[in-house]
Design a binder for this molecule. Structure first.
Ligand SMILES: [Zn+2]
Length: 225
């Protein structure tokens, strides 16, 4: 069975993408604990993997303790609106690089990340990609760069796959994941707050709601509002 490594935050996008590999791949889910805005993510990720193991899927979980990374944030404030200060600079590149090294250690050549086409779409009114690290072109170039740096005795090119790479939007990625996991999808966590329920107001919650609506799936997430 082929083995892949997925950057698994416990969120909707990464769980939906992970689901699509469950039937045919052995999965190593890695979660980075870096004092992210919602530490709840790590606990959610643990719970979901445990549930998938109970269902006899070939999946294991590794949590990477990256606490010092918190010093790299420009701001630790939580805002219901998207703002560059709420994003860790080069986050995906840092995490993919670490995952690539781990993949080599674990005998895998495929990295999965849940970025979809909406992540890299133009962000009005600035007219720049919302997160250029999420675009297909960026990931292909990173894949090329990693291959150039690969020690030649360490056979095998690392491939970086994402929903964006195959042209999937947030909603279409969700639909494919839901087809595999059904209501387990609702165990994912999207909210930027770490409260008991999704707040329903932050940008991430609003995008979650929109994705279920666009995918024509009844949203059973419990929102505060
Ligand atoms: Zn929220």
């Amino acid at each position: 069975m082929n083995k892949c490594i997925i950057l698994f935050s416990g969120g909707l996008d990464s769980l939906s993408y992970l689901a699509q590999y469950l039937p045919n791949w052995e999965i190593i889910a890695i979660t980075f604990d870096y004092s992210q805005q919602s530490n709840k993510e790590v606990e959610v990720a643990k719970g979901i993997v445990s549930e998938l193991v109970r269902k006899d899927y070939m999946i294991s979980h590794r949590i990477f303790d990256l606490q010092p990374v918190k010093w790299l944030f420009p701001s630790r404030s939580i805002s219901p609106k998207y703002h560059p200060s709420s994003v860790l600079p080069f986050r995906n590149s840092i995490f993919i690089s670490l995952a690539s090294a781990y993949a080599k250690t674990m005998g895998s050549e495929r990295i999965l990340i849940g970025n979809h086409t909406d992540d890299g779409a133009d962000w009005s009114p600035m007219g720049v990609p919302k997160n250029p690290e999420c675009t297909r072109d960026y990931l292909k170039q990173l894949e090329e760069t990693l291959d150039r740096g690969r020690l030649k005795w360490n056979a095998g090119r690392i491939e970086i796959w994402s929903p964006a790479r195959t042209g999937l939007s947030k909603a279409s990625n969700l639909k494919r994941g839901y087809d595999v996991l059904s209501d387990i999808i609702f165990q994912s966590w999207s909210c930027w707050t770490g409260k008991d329920k999704h707040c329903g107001m932050c940008l991430s919650c609003r995008e979650r709601k929109k994705a279920f609506k666009n995918a024509k799936i009844v949203d059973k997430t419990e929102y505060a509002i």
